[in-house]
Design a protein around this ligand. Structure first.
Ligand SMILES: Cc1cc2nc3c(=O)[nH]c(=O)nc-3n(C[C@H](O)[C@H](O)[C@H](O)COP(=O)(O)OP(=O)(O)OC[C@H]3O[C@@H](n4cnc5c(N)ncnc54)[C@H](O)[C@@H]3O)c2cc1C
Length: 473
């Protein structure tokens, strides 16, 4: 079988190749554009990305990944790697080249005694949470259960448990990696420690991770969690209180907020649906009565439209925001790191909330700090551990005719908020056009990453990512 594929080199060209050379004995599945399942496999979370790979290898195991890498090397193919397919930049899928699809590799094996989990690189956060919560255990992950564990972990990973426990990478014990040479190696503090350093924040630049081993911690089964919703007219006062209140709380408490038009949630009176609101989203993962005491001042401030904070199963809370983040929408993001929530920034956020261009668009503001900030900056590739907050402007809409309005709003707000930001960035939130921010995302770790890239991938085979160019000798 001959297929037409796009090469990656300096001047991309098309070649004819016979995948049978390396891919005859796959345990997984080979998809060409004519195969059933091809369109499903190339469809990712962000509906703005519509690319057609020349060939998709749906890998069943690390050997399949290694075969696909060797095939790509031999023919100098453009390579895209798909984990959960959630990344906003759309690098999980390429036009014309080879897509290495890890999504069939979803196994999660928990070692209850050692409190560890071995997770396949195609697993979603929901797969991991469901399996680990079966034993009352968890590791800090993101807040949307359909996100892929692979991309999230490789960029850092944070969520409700991060202020208490740190980033996802801070609990990574080891990983199995297929290198650009097509070799299968293990990276940990003892084996290939340089590679282990790089994959903890450096994205998919150094190889394809086929499985992750995480340290787990007792969490739940219930956490005190939920939303407190205020009208936008009260948001300035509430956010000033929120800002001053947070540093007084235990790190077991985490509170993010969202500014948007109210969705038709059952606990909001219908007259509020579609009106601008501030939603505080909080999670306390410790002892319940203590959590009630800690959260009480924030919940008691002002006159909320709704307070649905209550004990929820941790695994359920991890899926609570899923209905607002479903796949299939057009999405455009802009993000900033902040050390604080200043009065000036609050004013900017409120002004742009009043002009929000679509009912699905929102301003999300996540809390970090705590255990995240205590890890030294050079301990992992993830650099901006001083950031106390990460803001993500979720431009989200359906009609392509609205592209300009929605993208324009996000870019304008990004510019207006820039004077308050650190200048750093979270690599997992960068769009395809933000390659120039990769250096800022890695700051003082960038040169070490570029040297590591030269060592593990001098030909830049893994270039469809927030790319770190191999250092020049
Ligand atoms: C709705 C939504 C909510 C989110 N919430 C959070 C959150 O709470 N916290 C947070 O930290 N982040 C969050 N993110 C960001 C998320 O971490 C990134 O989008 C992440 O890249 C998604 O990983 P993925 O495997 O699904 O993506 P993919 O698009 O499959 O992959 C992302 C990148 O990683 C590369 N890659 C994927 N798998 C591998 C692998 N196994 N080996 C090497 N390279 C690989 C891909 O080639 C691509 O460049 C969210 C994203 C979305 C869309």
């Amino acid at each position: 079988m001959m297929v037409t594929l796009r090469t990656s080199g300096g001047s991309p060209a098309l070649i004819e190749a016979d995948p049978g050379e390396h891919l005859a004995n796959l345990s997984g599945t080979l998809l060409t554009p004519d195969s059933p399942g091809y369109d499903e496999a190339r469809t990712i979370w962000n509906a703005m990305i519509d690319r057609r790979p020349g060939l998709i290898v749906q890998c069943a195991d690390a050997n399949d990944v290694a075969r696909a890498v060797r095939f790509a090397r031999e023919h100098d193919l453009l390579v895209a790697v798909r984990g959960g397919g959630h990344n906003i930049a759309g690098n999980a899928v390429c036009d014309g080249g080879l897509m290495i699809d890890l999504s069939p590799m979803r196994s999660v094996r928990v070692d209850q005694a050692a409190r560890t989990a071995r997770v396949g690189a195609g697993a979603t956060l929901g797969d991991v949470d469901r399996a680990t919560q079966g034993y009352g255990l968890a590791t800090p992950l993101g807040v949307n259960s359909t996100t892929g564990i692979a991309g999230l972990t490789l960029g850092g990973g944070f969520g409700w448990l991060s202020r208490r426990f740190g980033l996802t990478i801070d609990h990574l014990l080891s990983a199995e990696v297929v290198t650009a040479e097509g070799e299968i190696v293990r990276a940990s503090a003892r084996e290939h420690p340089d590679l282990f350093w790089g994959i903890r924040g450096g994205g998919g630049n150094f190889g394809i991770v086929t499985s992750f081993e995480f340290q787990l911690h007792p969490v739940g089964p219930e956490v005190l969690s939920g939303l407190v919703v205020h009208p936008l007219s009260a948001a300035r006062d509430v956010l000033r209180f929120y800002r001053d209140f947070l540093p007084t709380t235990s790190e077991t408490f985490s509170c993010w907020f969202v500014l948007r038009l109210a969705p038709p949630l059952p606990f909001l009176a219908p007259e509020w649906h579609g009106k601008p609101i501030l939603a505080l989203a909080m999670c306390w993962s410790g002892e319940m009565a203590e959590g009630e005491r800690v959260a009480a001042p924030l919940r008691g401030f002002g006159k909320p439209l709704a307070d649905v904070v209550a004990p929820h199963a941790y695994a359920d809370w991890q899926t609570a925001l899923d209905p607002l983040l479903t796949p299939g929408f057009r999405n455009y993001w802009k993000s900033h790191d902040f050390l604080q929530l200043s009065d000036g920034l609050i004013d900017v956020l409120l002004e742009y909330t009043r002009r929000i261009p679509d009912p699905n668009t929102e301003i999300a503001y996540a809390q970090l700090g705590g255990a995240v900030s205590r890890v030294p900056v050079d301990a992992t590739a993830y650099t901006h551990r001083d950031a106390q907050f990460v803001m993500n402007l979720h431009g989200r809409w359906t009609d392509p005719a609205r592209d300009e309005a929605c993208i324009g709003w996000a870019r304008e707000l990004f510019r207006a908020a820039a004077p308050f930001a650190t200048g750093g960035a979270y690599v997992n939130f960068l769009t395809a056009e933000e390659g120039e921010r990769v250096r800022a995302a890695y700051g003082s770790n960038y040169d070490r990453l570029a040297a590591l890239k030269r060592r593990y991938d001098p030909g830049n085979l893994f270039r469809m990512n927030q790319n770190i160019r191999p250092a020049v000798e």
